[in-house]
Design a protein around this ligand. Structure first.
Ligand code: WT7
Length: 667
């Protein structure tokens, strides 16, 4: 069969969705914010793009440098170096700097475990001083095990404080970490260990997930039957599930740390020394080891976290008025940048939760927000759509009035989900920051600045300071207002990826070859009359129907705006008459039954919202959509199912394999 999914030509992607609702920043919020008005944002944005060296030098001045830079920026894209000649250390800026400023007793991390023994949540509050001691001690453990500056350390751990300790210990001694999400399997560990040539793994016996231990050590053991690269394994005791320890290779964390000294001076790292590798799964081919370096990543994540979440620091006199919670796993870039590295330098307590949102019950998140008085909350559209589906009774049980700002990341948020978030969680008083960025960008790229930006449901609004974003055709010419095209970044920014580990050519082919001289993210977008950006979906997912190129996001959002629909995914499929038809996979809100009549009603609803070309030819109800472990809908699998093709694709990133069997009618 010919390829039934013609590669989208995003140059002419057509927009059919129109959103009119607008939400200016609440005046009380704007009055106390770091950036207080649209004028202030626009002036500063222009200055920062015209003269990035001045802007970023000012941001960097707040942090600690063992040696100042000679030049802020040297670039010749795709290569750029930031803070050239400087020496610093990110762990030092996360910890020592706070202790030296007299904030040693302030809270760095609030951790909540999953189990609730006897109905009591398991909570730990860790101060900067205590975290510094733990990090220094573990840094000495790593050194004793032979880890040297530049050695790649693999970390495969649950969401426990020791995961933060392990990564900061690596940063302290200059050993780049490669964190593998704890939901990945043995073969994913093998691939990453091999690619990164890593000789040491830090893991745990297990991690709690929905009341059961995830067998992390067992997965490591299995991985190590497939590679002999690894010489040392450090094992944290968390779940007390049985594990086998291999003499000489495996070491218990608590035994190694017991006699380690808590004195370990931070290594003076060159600004461009490798800080970490993080693998991102391309939809095809082997995962790409995205490289981030020290100084640029540090300055960018600290600046974006401070401004996007409008964080207010602790002082020697008082704790921060903020309690910040990002629900991502540290195994993803969101957790690297916005649980740990961007947060600790801002002197705001960062909350870490080990478990699932529905354990022991579907109100767990709201219970955590109530008990810890969370002020800033950052989660993903997939979670928001699940909360909508579960219903508001779980939220009504709790007082979540401490919330002041809400964030979202990971996928386009459908306007109806945005409205629900705004009304039901934000009580119509919290600005929403819809942050568009990628593993590769290191930090927020397009995002509201909460005291300044008027938000629009479904739009990630405008570029962050220093970011020169545009929507262009493949020649690099800007598209007219509201016409869909290729989203690019035209100038370097401090936390841009420095490459794909061990594969220069793939780095150039993937990000720098579609539009000459510009970074291409792989997303389609349009820019509206107010300068707001709208992500229309991945360019590879574009559906070409009767000569019209449709992005997936708009049709999905129209589906979700039907009151019966909780979540939707659309893909193209071979259609006898039209060539390509639109197939939609839909999950319904709690209590709704999927009848033939509802199919017709939903199809008509989309046609009414977007016009007849966007009317789905097929509507299939399903209990769940296939998603990656980070919560993104896997449209490429649905494409095969809609076409009746056998699935030949790589499914290792699929979160729940049983969903596929059901969709194929075998389950
Ligand atoms: C891709 C990057 C950045 C951390 C989590 C994902 C999509 C991400 C948004 C958003 C629309 C978004 C894009 C992007 N994406 N945030 N706010 N609106 N789309 O990191 O796994 O590297 O994925 O996620 O398609 O390219 P990632």
């Amino acid at each position: 069969m010919a390829d039934t999914q013609p590669k989208g030509d995003a140059e002419s992607m057509e927009s059919v969705l129109h959103e009119e609702r607008k939400f200016p920043p609440p005046p009380a919020f704007a009055a106390q914010a770091h950036v207080k008005s649209l004028d202030e944002y626009e002036t500063l944005h222009k200055e920062s793009v015209d003269n990035p060296e001045k802007f970023w030098a000012e941001q960097a001045a707040d942090l600690h440098w063992f040696q100042k830079w000679d030049r802020v920026l040297e670039w010749d894209l795709p290569d750029a170096k930031w803070f050239v000649g400087a020496k610093t250390n990110l762990a030092y800026n996360c910890l020592d700097r706070q202790v030296e400023a007299g904030l040693g007793d302030r809270t760095a991390i609030i951790w909540e475990g999953e189990p609730t023994p006897g109905g009591q949540p398991e909570v730990r509050r860790i101060s900067y001083k205590q975290l510094l001691d733990d990090v220094s001690r573990f840094a000495n453990v790593l050194k004793d095990l032979g880890v040297k500056k530049g050695d790649v350390v693999t970390i495969y751990m649950p969401m426990v404080p020791e995961l933060a300790v392990a990564m900061l210990a690596c940063a302290r001694i200059g050993a780049p970490h490669s964190i593998i999400f704890g939901g990945f399997s043995a073969s994913a560990i093998r691939d990453r260990v091999e690619d990164g040539q890593s000789k040491i793994i830090i893991t745990a016996d297990g991690g709690w997930r929905r009341g059961k231990p995830v067998p992390l050590k067992e997965n490591v053991d299995e991985a190590l039957t497939m590679t002999d690269r690894v010489e040392k394994v450090v094992v944290l005791e968390r779940c007390q599930n049985p594990v086998t320890m291999k003499e000489g290779r495996d070491h218990w964390w608590h035994e190694c740390a017991a006699d380690a000294s808590a004195d370990c001076p931070a290594e003076h790292m060159d600004a461009e020394d490798l800080l970490f590798i993080l693998y991102t799964s391309g939809s095809t081919g082997k995962p790409k080891g995205i490289m981030h370096t020290t100084a640029g990543y540090m300055v960018y994540t600290a600046t974006t976290a401070g401004i996007t979440f409008d964080l207010k620091p602790a002082t020697a006199q008082a704790e921060s008025p903020d309690v910040y919670w990002c629900t991502a796993d540290i195994g993803w870039i969101t957790g690297h940048s916005y649980i740990i590295y961007g947060l600790l330098p801002n002197r705001v307590p960062t909350l870490m939760y080990e478990g699932a949102p529905d354990t022991p019950d579907k109100d767990r998140f709201w219970d955590i927000i109530e008990r810890h008085k969370v002020t800033k909350f950052y989660t993903a559209p997939t979670a928001i759509r699940a909360f909508m589906k579960w219903g508001s009774e779980h939220i009504d049980k709790h007082d979540i009035s401490s919330l002041q700002l809400l964030g979202t990341v990971g996928e386009p948020i459908n306007p109806e989900a945005w409205m629900w978030y705004h009304q039901t969680i934000g009580n119509e008083k919290c600005p929403i920051v819809d942050t568009w960025w990628q593993t590769e960008t290191g930090g927020h790229m397009l995002t509201p600045v909460p005291g300044a930006t008027t938000t629009v449901p479904g739009s990630c609004t405008r570029p962050f300071f220093g970011i020169d974003a545009a929507v262009v055709n493949s020649e690099g010419d800007e598209m007219p207002t509201n016409a869909g095209g290729i989203l690019v970044i035209r100038k370097p920014w401090p936390s841009m990826l420095r490459g794909i580990y061990g594969n220069r050519q793939r780095f150039i082919d993937t990000y720098w070859s579609k539009v000459e001289g510009y970074y291409t993210a792989g997303d389609g977008a349009r820019k509206d009359q107010d300068g707001n950006f709208w992500i229309m979906g991945r360019i590879d997912d574009v559906i070409v129907v009767a000569g019209h190129n449709l992005g997936t996001m708009e049709v999905e959002s129209a589906l979700v705006s039907h009151p019966a629909v909780a979540e939707a995914a659309v893909v193209g499929f071979p259609h006898e008459i039209k060539g390509t038809g639109i197939a939609s996979f839909v999950t319904l809100r709690g209590g709704v039954e999927g009848t033939d009549q509802l199919v017709e009603e939903i199809r008509d609803h989309v046609a009414h919202e977007l016009g007849p070309i966007s009317k789905p030819d097929l509507v299939r109800f399903t209990d769940a959509l296939p998603k990656t472990r980070s919560g993104k809908i896997m449209r490429r699998l649905l494409r095969d199912i809609a076409a009746g093709r056998e699935i030949t694709q790589d499914m290792t990133t699929l979160e729940d394999v049983s969903i596929l069997a059901k969709l194929q009618g075998q389950g």
